[in-house]
Design a protein around this ligand. Sequence first.
Ligand SMILES: CC(C)(COP(=O)(O)OP(=O)(O)OC[C@H]1O[C@@H](n2cnc3c(N)ncnc32)[C@H](O)[C@@H]1OP(=O)(O)O)[C@@H](O)C(=O)NCCC(=O)NCCS
Length: 219
Amino acid sequence: MNSLLINLRPSVYDAMSISQEELGYLTDCNSLEDFLSPNENLAYKKLTSLVRQRTWFMGRLVLKKLVNKVVYGSKKKLNEIEIFNKACGQPYVKEALYVSITHKSDLAMAAVSASNEIGIDYENMKPVSGLMQRYYMTEEEIRSSLRVHGDKGLIISWTIKEAAFKAIDDGLKRSLSDLQIKFVDTESSHVFSTNGDRIATVFSSCDEDSVFSCAILGL
Ligand SMILES: CC(C)(COP(=O)(O)OP(=O)(O)OC[C@H]1O[C@@H](n2cnc3c(N)ncnc32)[C@H](O)[C@@H]1OP(=O)(O)O)[C@@H](O)C(=O)NCCC(=O)NCCS
């Protein structure tokens, strides 16, 4: 998955991933308090499921490592970098960076940008039923995604829209039909609002098992 991130990293953003194995290694050698601030420790303990605790923790850990690398040259203690969430769930940090997190049970990814709001989404490669396709795409989006990406176009489009929703402040209040995808090439697409304004450029990458998209607002 790291190779996917490296392939499509433009200068405007930086991204990092962490796997469950890396997490195991880190937590074998350290305690939770080494990674989490006192507030984060409390929030972690309130999470009821073990899976949720793991994904929440992995998302925070990888974002903290990335902020530490970009802002502090990896010299700061991770428990001194705090990740907050707005009421809508969007993460933010006190450092001057826009940030985004995505996770599955075995992997978490984070991205930061100093200049533009961003959103990322990671999904396992999977077929998308006809009913589901029409839930989040127009007929034109379905046709063009298949033309540009073949069968993978449907799940790639899912990550493009999810990433764009995450990048937009209070984006989840918008309806799915508010965002329309126009594919530029196999690595990039533009997302437009219904009034024709370009909202974001989205960079996407995939391998046999997974898809990753990063939406950059205002690009
Ligand atoms: C909230 C939502 C964006 C999360 O996406 P997901 O694929 O389920 O989960 P991911 O692992 O990719 O992302 C989870 C992280 O997104 C972040 N997030 C949550 N709400 C967010 C928001 N409103 N804006 C930006 N980021 C948000 C959080 O950091 C969260 O991790 P955390 O709770 O551990 O901190 C998604 O469930 C959703 O509601 N999407 C609405 C749009 C839609 O209907 N999409 C479907 C078809 S395109």
